[in-house]
Design a binder for this molecule. Structure first.
Ligand code: BV8
Ligand code: ZN
Length: 292
């Protein structure tokens, strides 16, 4: 019974019951966050206190942070590009990659369509799907992975009337950023990279920014994502604190029209107690156990 005395059903951690729910699911929505990539060595937002060089990362990932200091913001993303370039998908990515490939998914959810919406910008899940398709010789279409907060390796021109948007994996993306990734501790003077030495647009010459969605900005394909949540009968949530909107609202939206929610997280997270299924622990272990 919860504080208002109404009977609340604790989430189940029964694997057979969850597998039964999978068997009858028709439209699956997978929502993931930083916890999915934790085992790949990518710090989560809440890990390390959500700080980089003592700057609050949510303050840097804003138009205001950019307006205040493009050199610092580019150093922040350069640091993360260097980290992700050295990282590889972990077992949690590969379980979800298989789930995104119909041939594999039909064994446990034979009537289902699936869309994977991620808050992560690291691209590790897409990498896992591509590798899984190659290693299993599967050529068919895999489910879409919607990167609602953008891609770390994309750069975008800041000029409003310029469409330049390109994936750039070379690192450093410009010579001036090279080496700045090593400066982590505070108190050491922050290198000032001159604006002229930061990435610029090959079409119009304007300054470029990382191709990610900052706080206060509209997530990519949000209308489509909200529609998907309205159609889904099963929402699988992996490795997110569910504190950032609108991503944090998707599972509730599925529940609102009678769909079921399964949460995989290291610890209790926002709304996890309202889920139908809750599998606590490192997702790189639990996903394999549950999806077999
Ligand atoms: C901080 C929060 C309160 N702010 C928001 O929600 C704001 C809205 C808002 C502003 N003020 C408010 C006041 C109150 C409420 C809301 C707001 N949201 C926005 O601004 C969004 C834009 C938000 C996107 C910002 N960009 C990101 N990333 C890209 C950039 C970059 O990365 O640099 S957000 C970024 O932070 C979030 C971090 O959350 P998580 O991924 O969950 O990571 P976290 O570390 O928090 O948690 C990790 C979890 O994993 C678990 N874990 C760890 N290891 C493991 C493990 N091994 N296994 C399993 N689990 C594990 C941990 O236990 C933990 O629970 C992610 O979304 C991530 O993408 N835009 C928008 O609302 O636009 C309008 C709009 C809306 C709808 C339609 C039209 C317009
Ligand atoms: Zn341009």
């Amino acid at each position: 019974y919860n504080i208002s005395g109404t009977l609340t059903r604790m989430p189940s951690d029964s694997i057979p019951d969850f597998r039964a729910a999978l068997l009858e699911s028709k439209q699956i929505l997978v929502v993931t966050g930083a916890g999915l990539s934790a085992a790949s060595g990518i710090p989560t937002f809440r890990g390390d206190g959500g700080l980089w060089r003592n700057y609050d990362v949510t303050a840097l990932a804003t138009p205001g942070g950019w307006a205040e200091n493009q050199s610092r913001v580019w150093q922040f993303y350069h640091y993360r590009r260097e980290l992700v370039l050295k990282a590889s998908p972990n077992p949690a990515h590969y379980v979800l990659a298989k789930l995104a490939i119909p041939d594999f998914r039909y064994k446990i959810a034979p009537h289902s369509k699936l869309t994977h919406v991620t808050q992560n910008i690291d691209g590790l899940l897409r990498k896992a799907v591509d590798e899984t398709k190659v290693s299993s010789g599967v050529s068919e279409e895999s489910s879409e992975i919607v990167e609602m907060h953008g891609r770390l390796f994309d750069i975008v021109c800041t000029a409003h009337d310029c469409e330049y948007h390109e994936a750039k994996f070379d690192s450093p993306i410009c010579p001036a950023l090279g080496g700045t990734e090593k400066i982590l501790a505070d108190g050491i003077t922050e290198p000032l990279v001159r604006r002229a030495d930061l990435p610029h647009c090959p079409l119009c010459g304007q300054l470029c920014r990382p191709g990610v969605v900052w706080f206060g900005e509209r997530p990519y394909r949000i209308k489509e994502i909200l529609d998907l949540a309205d159609e889904a009968d099963l929402c699988i949530v992996v490795g997110t604190s569910a504190l950032v909107q609108p991503a944090s609202k998707l599972s509730q939206r599925v529940k609102d029209h009678g769909g079921r929610v399964a949460v995989f997280n290291l610890e209790q997270s926002n709304h996890s107690e309202e889920a139908d299924f809750l599998f606590l622990g490192p997702c790189e272990q639990r996903l394999g156990e549950v999806f077999g």
